[in-house]
Design a protein around this ligand. Structure first.
Ligand SMILES: [Zn+2]
Length: 58
């Protein structure tokens, strides 16, 4: 399963806003707005969340 997550806080509560030129994503949790979004599979999503929390995956 793929996860589309906020690059700032790792939340999956992402809204897609269609703008006049390009669409942007909006995070419903931290308020991030931008055209960059991360997509992970389960393994990489886990790893990303750990990095966000400052836990290194060794
Ligand atoms: Zn966020």
């Amino acid at each position: 399963m793929n996860h589309r997550v906020c690059p700032q806080c790792g939340s999956e509560h992402i809204d897609f806003e269609t703008g006049y030129i390009t669409g942007k994503y909006r995070c419903l949790d931290c308020g991030y707005v931008g055209s960059v979004i991360f997509e992970f599979d389960d393994t990489n999503y886990d790893r990303f969340l750990k990095q966000l929390r400052g836990e290194e995956d060794k």
